[in-house]
Design a binder for this molecule. Structure first.
Ligand code: S3P
Length: 433
């Protein structure tokens, strides 16, 4: 299959959630461009509205008009202490980021908030944020295990030095936001660095933030100033098209204006190690001091690779996709140190391996990862993929099917709307003859 053209991937999901949250907590009007218009970001917007912030509808993406024409969204922030008690439960949909980051915000407010979500989100562990928030003085209760529904009774919180053993950016962000809104210093130490958008926002908005690899401490400011931001393209969405181009028979795909964070770039580095042809041209920095790049990716003969714990945080959401790329690479690929995949939108180790087998690829589960035996020049894959409503499983297998000219049927193609509603349109554009 030949690929061609350009995909301007939608705005970064992690940055979009944070842009809305920081705009809501700032004093005055922030101007956001290119915000991701997807189900997960709608969940964050909806919860902020329920907390009394006037958040306008997120403008639809304008993919073909380029960055300059991106629709503008203005959010009038209520200040660090301006949220009001919600009337009903806070609906977080499928979004772990909405739940965990806004739990940190709510814990620092003198009201009760009840977080609910869909079946997948309700199965995900929330004890990891309950523990530090309780150590700061909030009360967190669950009705069943440590999943949603979760009720937080917040108030003024104490300072905290938290040792996090999950390595989760969402846990780190929950603690930083709780400290910010309560006005108390906090610090988080983790085994390895994770995505650092929260601390970059805080720094860009004038907070005193100190970081070392794996640790961050915040002395909160009295108020946050409003800001302007053009959200860069999401590297986790760009990864699907980079993978498609790497596995294709011929052609190339150009991916402009993608966020290039050292905490998010492991997938592109690893596909280069596997042999893909990736050209990287630096772009303009974002308004919160992050880099952007344009990737052009073309196929080459791929070989298997070994991915261990040090590379995992920088590609945590791309590991199911890497497993699909591995199916087209010569030899074995082994991924370890990725037990966190079992508590994502689905158990992504079990889902990825069972679906690879269902389409004819040899793969095995490991307790903390997987092993895939690939073939260069793999023929068509065919079979039925059970996504479990997991957007990243759906897109990873769609790309494997498209690249090999295979016949893959997904049980729930619409679940891509969680992070990339226009995925099918973009895929058709770069693969149509
Ligand atoms: C995210 C952090 C990651 C990632 C998720 C988004 C964020 O989760 O998997 O898709 O925006 O902070 P963890 O922090 O739980 O690893």
């Amino acid at each position: 299959m030949r690929v061609h053209g350009e995909v301007r991937v939608p705005g970064d999901k992690s940055v979009s959630h944070r842009a809305l949250i920081f705009a809501a907590l700032a004093e005055g009007q922030s101007v956001l461009r290119g915000l991701l218009d997807s189900d997960d970001v709608h969940s964050t917007a909806g919860v902020l509205r329920a907390l009394g912030v006037s958040v306008p509808p997120i403008p639809a993406r304008a993919p073909d008009r380029g960055a300059a024409a991106m629709d503008v969204m203005r959010v009038h922030g209520v200040g660090l202490r301006g949220l009001r008690a919600p009337d009903g439960a806070l609906q977080c949909g499928n979004s772990g980021t909405t739940t965990r980051l806004l739990a940190g915000v709510c814990a620092a407010n003198p009201f009760r908030s009840r977080f609910i979500g869909d079946a997948s989100l309700s199965r995900r562990p929330m004890g990891r944020i309950a523990r530090p928030l309780e150590a700061m003085g909030a009360r967190v209760t669950f009705e069943d295990g440590d999943g949603l529904p979760m009720t937080i009774t917040g108030g003024s919180l104490r300072t905290l030095r938290w040792q996090d053993d999950t390595g989760s950016a969402q846990v780190k962000s929950a603690v930083l936001l709780a400290g910010l809104v309560s006005g108390v210093p906090v610090s988080v130490e983790a085994p390895r660095p994770s995505r650092d958008h929260t601390e970059r926002f805080l720094m860009a908005l004038g907070a005193d933030v100190r970081t070392t690899p794996g640790s961050v401490s915040l002395t909160p400011p009295d108020r946050l100033r409003p800001f302007e931001l053009t959200v860069p393209g999401d590297p986790s969405s760009a990864a699907f098209f980079a993978a498609l181009a790497a596995m294709a028979a011929d052609g190339a795909v150009r991916l402009p204006d993608v966020l290039a964070s050292p905490t998010r770039d492991a997938f592109i580095r690893i596909v280069q190690v596997m042999g893909a042809d990736v050209a990287i041209v630096p772009g303009a920095p974002t308004d919160i001091g992050e880099s952007t790049v344009t990737y052009t990716v073309a196929p080459r003969e791929l070989r298997g690779v070994t991915v261990g714990i040090d590379d995992v945080p920088g590609m945590i959401d791309e590991l199911p996709l890497l497993a699909c790329v591995a199916a087209c690479a010569e030899g074995d690929t082994q991924i370890t140190g990725a037990a966190e995949l079992r508590v994502k939108e689905s158990d992504r180790i079990a889902r990825t391996v069972s679906n690879l087998r269902a389409v004819g690829v040899s793969a095995d589960e490991l307790p903390d990862g997987m092993r895939i035996t690939g073939h260069r020049g793999r023929g068509r894959v065919r079979g039925r993929v059970i996504t479990g409503g997991d957007h990243r499983i759906a897109m990873a297998f769609a790309v494997l099917g498209a690249a090999t000219g295979g016949e893959i049927v997904l049980d729930d193609p619409a679940c891509v709307a969680v992070s990339y509603p226009a995925f099918w349109v973009d895929l058709a554009r770069v693969t149509s003859p």
